[in-house]
Write a protein that binds this ligand. Structure first.
Ligand code: ADP
Ligand code: MG
Length: 706
């Protein structure tokens, strides 16, 4: 077994590891199997990954989180708030309900909400209006806070405290039982290995790992606990950065690529004559950086992060045309068919008059067409291909693939990206440009993509009109919103209506969209041409709907979030999002990026509760990077859309952005260590090497591709 704090069941990319990491020797007390009374408790322990004493000692109590403000609370989340009681009353108990209820309106500076206490009818007298209380509980979807534990402020919040500082537990093994077990085995803490080189520990003034673990389990006073937490977080961050740097090095060693350093006939002509606009400053700089990458005989591994509408496709096309003008091939892979089709169309429109043999390959490409395309890819006749996962299937052979672009890269797994790498020729890897429209704050970028180079497009093309964003909560505001839409439509503009996200089922979501489509075309928008687009429609029907909207034949597109990425209709100036609070900040930002692309001013109407901190952020800011930071503050890194799937190892102790400073230091040390001793072969790094292996398994050791 491997110490749990280092043992990660996932790879750097958040993929589940298929095999357990190799074991490494550990002192016997830690390796001793954890024996519990009762088969059920034993099973529960196994379920928590607690198999030996070492696992138990690395199983840390959850952080004592600071209280949240009312505005920050998220539905479904368990949290602590410090609030004042505004009004309180015991609800008359209905006959059949066994649980007497006390309801209170509570508030802090940021907002008010209803709180519900169960089975404690006396509370109405104990907490009269004006009392300040600490509540720990959970906010329901309807915005009701159901209280689990509570106390007057200033009083020892004994019960609330116990609830907050508990161990991750499970049915059959409670937090209290875990604490008892930890106490029983506390002496084995002395056997915990200190993985950090002494010089590092001294310079960073970090407590040793056994002491940090002891303090985490048995906090004496606050300062100790914070030091201990910092120490344990540092370990996680350092190992993650070492693994990322090592992965990058492996890839550099393993991925010789064709150097594209001469002949600029095609790109020079394209940029000088056929491209229908001039580049933004950011685009120009990005092209230079990409050119420099491509000129090297090692594969480019660059992440192009760009605000929605910042023109990433131009940069991608440039990289692809650099391959084509050298007589090589290029591929662009997108996560959905709609997006691939859209890219294919955009690529065509970006190079009018250029004759570059190009094709589109998706899951719904007819068999005859597919085999024709595959033949031409294999012979080299086809220079440029755009497609979906269909591009990385077995049987797709490229004669000379030199540049691959992966759009919305976080939607692909490591294996899929590796499969694309493997489509190179003559033992060479293609240069890879990853693209994402989900802006990632710098700290997270480092944590999640520390093995890539970054380029950011912030600047929007000239002439972009700002988008005004409004929240509509009341019936009156809704009515006004529809009037606004009709005005725009009468003026010849077009509108998107985005239906609520139904996370559980695409089918339900499709149904909701269909119902809204029916409702609007015989109701508020009956005078206009309305079409429907959702993920459950047949590919031809989707295509027709898109084509009708793109050509202007249809005025309104009622859609699910399938339009989140890629759709480009400059004449669309309105977006209405129903139940907008079901979407995350970054998704809404992406959605909103579908408008404001043409010469006319645009408006985004978000239907949802006025209290929602996320919706308020959307209304206040249009900068995706700013929004990403707010998102991070509100949700914590694990939940940030676009990073969960993509790259960010889930940390157990470290928390971003709170630990951004720590991350910076860990990164600096990782770079220093990796430069001096890349294989961690020196004796002072031996235990660190073990810890890295335990945390990231063979991935940290093996080359990225054979
Ligand atoms: P995104 O970064 O969201 O993928 P796109 O590459 O799809 O952005 O570009 C959005 C739109 O802006 C497209 O219609 C594209 O042709 C246009 N565009 C891109 N760059 C420029 C530019 N420098 N000047 C004017 N329009 C541009
Ligand atoms: Mg795009």
């Amino acid at each position: 077994m491997v110490p749990a704090a280092f043992a990660s069941s996932r790879t750097l990319d958040g993929d589940q590891l298929e095999e357990a990491p190799a074991s490494y020797p550990r002192p016997s007390r830690l390796a001793a199997p954890l024996k519990l009374a009762g088969a059920k408790a034993q099973q529960a322990a196994a379920h928590l990954g607690l198999e030996c004493v070492g696992d138990l000692l690395e199983h840390l109590p959850r952080d004592r989180r600071e209280a949240r403000s009312v505005a920050e609370l998220m539905a479904g989340e368990t949290a602590t708030v410090v609030v004042e009681v505004r009004s309180i009353s015991a609800r008359s108990v209905r006959r059949r309900t066994m649980r007497p209820l006390v309801e209170a309106v509570v508030a802090d500076e940021t907002g008010a909400m209803k709180a519900t206490f169960f089975n404690q009818p006396w509370l109405a007298e104990r907490y009269p209006p004006g009392t300040r209380v600490v509540l720990h509980g959970k906010l329901s979807g309807r915005g009701r806070f159901s209280v689990q534990t509570h106390a007057r402020t200033g009083e020892a919040v004994a019960t609330a405290d116990a609830a907050v500082a508990h161990y991750p537990a499970t049915e059959g093994l409670s937090s209290t039982q875990i604490l008892a077990l930890v106490r029983e085995h506390a002496s084995a803490l002395a056997d915990v290995i200190e993985p950090l080189p002494a010089a590092l520990r001294v310079k960073e003034r970090l407590p040793d790992r056994p002491a940090a673990l002891a303090a985490a389990h048995f906090p004496g006073h606050g300062a100790d606990l914070e030091l201990a937490r910092g120490r344990l977080a540092f370990d996680e961050l350092l190992l993650a950065q070492l693994a990322l740097l090592r992965r990058r090095r492996r890839r550099e060693e393993a991925s010789a690529a064709p150097a594209l350093d001469a002949a600029r006939s095609l790109t020079a002509r394209w940029l000088g004559h056929s491209l229908p606009f001039s580049l933004t400053g950011d685009q120009e700089r990005a092209l230079e950086t990409v050119d420099a990458d491509l000129a090297r005989p090692q594969a480019m591994q660059r992440l192009l992060m760009g605000e929605v509408g910042s023109g990433k496709t131009v940069v991608a096309l440039h990289a692809m045309l650099r391959a084509v003008e050298h007589g090589f091939q290029a591929a662009l892979m997108a996560p959905t068919e709609t997006l691939a089709e859209q890219h294919f169309a955009t690529v065509g429109s970006l190079m009018p008059g250029e004759v570059v043999p190009a094709g589109l390959l998706t899951g719904s490409t007819p068999a005859r067409r597919r085999s024709d395309l595959l033949g031409k890819l294999a012979s080299g006749e086809l220079s440029l291909i755009v497609g979906t996962h269909a591009l990385i299937e077995e049987g797709v052979e490229f004669a000379r693939l030199a540049v691959a672009v992966v759009d919305e890269q976080h939607r692909f797994g490591v294996r899929q990206r590796a499969a694309l790498d493997a489509k190179g020729f003559a033992g060479l890897s293609p240069h890879v440009l990853h693209m994402t429209a989900t802006p990632i704050p710098r700290t997270l970028a480092l944590a999640g993509y520390g093995d890539l180079d970054f380029t950011v497009l912030r600047e929007l093309p000239r002439g972009r009109r700002p988008i005004e964003t409004f929240l509509a909560s009341s019936e009156r505001e809704r009515a006004r919103a529809y009037e606004r839409i009709r005005e725009e439509l009468r003026a010849g503009r077009q509108a998107f209506v985005v239906c609520p996200l139904v996370a559980e089922s695409e089918l339900l979501q499709a149904r909701a969209a269909t119902a809204e489509f029916e409702r609007l075309r015989s109701g508020e928008l009956r005078d206009f041409g309305v079409v429907l687009l959702h993920g459950q429609m047949a590919s031809a029907a989707k295509h027709d709907a898109m084509a009708a909207f793109a050509s202007g034949a249809a005025d309104v597109l009622v859609a699910t979030s399938v339009i989140e990425v890629g759709i480009d209709v400059p004449n669309a100036t309105v977006m209405l999002v129903e139940d907008a609070d079901r979407y995350g900040i970054s998704q809404l930002h992406q959605l909103r990026g579908r408008i404001g692309r043409g010469a006319h001013a645009s408006v985004c109407l978000l239907f949802g509760p006025r209290e929602s901190a996320r919706l308020r952020a959307l209304a206040a800011y249009s900068d995706g990077f700013k929004l990403a930071e707010i998102d991070l503050e509100l949700r914590g890194e694990g939940e940030l859309v676009g990073t969960r799937q993509s790259g960010l190892a889930q940390f157990r102790v470290a928390e971003l952005p709170r630990d951004a400073g720590l991350l910076g230091r860990a990164r600096a040390w990782a770079e220093r260590i990796a430069a001096a001793d890349p294989e961690l072969a020196e004796p002072e790094n031996a235990l660190l090497a073990d810890a890295l292996l335990a945390a990231y398994g063979e991935e940290a050791r093996a080359p990225i591709r054979a």
